[in-house]
Design a protein around this ligand. Sequence first.
Ligand SMILES: [Zn+2]
Length: 116
Amino acid sequence: PYSEEEEDLQYRLRTGEVVDETTYPMVPHMCSEDARLQTFQPWPSSAPVRPRALAQAGLFYLGEGDRVQCFCCAGMMGGWEAGDTAWGEHSKHFANCFFILGHDVGNVPSQGGAAA
Ligand SMILES: [Zn+2]
């Protein structure tokens, strides 16, 4: 996928504006994986990436096209292609995301079990 905010994020990281883990998550009301999963109800069935995989990768649906955003770094992605994985693309485009890096940013894993 393409990344809309990557350049801006890189700029902020470069300028040292983003230095402190306490600024994360950027979208605190989407800390819960279940809350993120809920946003995918109108997710296009033609999209090659499944809602649960996206929610597990910290992403929620913006309700438009196939654009998603990360609750932690607020990075936005879209243009999903066959073979893309949610976690793979998130870590590729936003390698400095604290959720990607495994920091405790308040993520609440789904209580729904492993059912896909
Ligand atoms: Zn992120």
